[in-house]
Design a binder for this molecule. Structure first.
Ligand code: AMP
Length: 156
């Protein structure tokens, strides 16, 4: 594994779990913004989604494996973001990050909205694509209705 070059970088970096469509996008964005990023994925081909300018680190491995978390020096991370496509893996990593490594900022993606509130109680922030998408669609629909009403009023 490539290492961060100075001690400071090891005290302020974000670990992203899962280099899929969301994880890779986030890693590219944070890295472009000069953030220190370390990304983990169990599938080595997944790292192809990282942009050529990505300046962070990567580890191939199952993030639910404690040895992989230790290799990533999770205890030094300023935030852990678990965005694999597996709710159970995200929850497990998020809980270990909170309880064992005492990471204050932990975010997990959950596909199942019914589990969201449980993890919020553990201090884990969750994002649920189904809930976010529903809110966004509702917003677009209400904007369309408003626009149509304005047009109608102008025509009268
Ligand atoms: P996507 O559905 O495109 O956001 O991709 C999810 C990514 O999570 C894929 O690249 C998977 O290989 C990765 N992934 C799933 N489970 C794990 C795990 N336990 N540890 C590390 N990466 C994982």
């Amino acid at each position: 594994m490539k290492r961060f070059t100075n001690k400071q970088e090891y005290q302020n970096y974000i670990i992203i779990i899962g280099c899929g469509r969301l994880g890779a996008n986030l890693a590219n964005t944070l890295s472009e913004g000069n953030g220190n990023v370390l990304i983990i994925d169990k599938n080595k081909d997944a790292f192809r989604k990282l942009s050529p300018s990505y300046g962070g680190l990567s580890i191939i491995g199952d993030a639910t494996d404690i040895d992989v978390m230790l290799e990533a020096q999770m205890n030094n991370a300023s935030a852990v973001i678990a965005v694999t496509n597996n709710d159970n893996a995200n929850i497990m990593v998020a809980q270990i990050a909170r309880e064992m490594f005492h990471i204050k900022r932990v975010i997990a993606r959950l596909y199942d909205p019914d589990r969201e509130y449980v993890y919020n109680e553990f201090g884990i922030d969750t994002i649920c694509p189904a809930v976010l998408s529903a809110k966004e669609i509702d917003k677009i629909l209400s904007q369309n209705i408003l626009t149509k009403n304005v047009i109608k009023e102008e025509e009268q």
